[in-house]
Write a protein that binds this ligand. Sequence first.
Ligand SMILES: CC(C)(COP(=O)(O)OP(=O)(O)OC[C@H]1O[C@@H](n2cnc3c(N)ncnc32)[C@H](O)[C@@H]1OP(=O)(O)O)[C@@H](O)C(=O)NCCC(=O)NCCS
Length: 139
Amino acid sequence: MRITYHEIIPDLETYFELRASVDWNNFSVEQAEKALAGSAYFVLAKDGEIPIAMGRAIGDGMYYVIVDVAVRPEYQGKKIGSTIVNRLVERIQKDAPEGSRVSIQLLAAKGKEEFYVKQGFKILPHEHCGPALRKIIYT
Ligand SMILES: CC(C)(COP(=O)(O)OP(=O)(O)OC[C@H]1O[C@@H](n2cnc3c(N)ncnc32)[C@H](O)[C@@H]1OP(=O)(O)O)[C@@H](O)C(=O)NCCC(=O)NCCS
């Protein structure tokens, strides 16, 4: 096993395939094409030439959301997911001008919150912040 990490946006087929490997529903091609191109940062992990995990951040320099963190099941538990999250956070930090305050947010999948706590994220609500909310729209 030779795991390497790349700051590249994969093709749609790879993106869909990695999502499907963790049983996530896929978005439409039109949506995904636009969304991937709009990523602020994308980290793709490969074993040799085979894509095995990914994560990306969307955002505007003040706020970022980490999404699509997925590690192919046979590669889970090998620090690949945490390396991807750490790389995204490091890149965001590196590009933030001195004196910045940046809020990195995410919605953990059910039962996965401790994974993110280990990467330094705090569970909401806490003393300074209410619970996270979301609204899903279907068209
Ligand atoms: C969740 C996921 C990204 C974790 O990636 P991974 O490569 O398996 O995790 P890592 O090996 O980097 O784990 C890092 C640490 O988090 C812990 N951890 C991983 N998954 C965890 C979980 N579900 N609950 C609690 N802790 C977890 C590990 O035990 C490890 O702890 P340690 O540093 O004390 O040894 C991966 O399992 C996955 O893709 N799951 C399916 C998709 C998914 O749910 N993605 C998250 C979307 S919010």
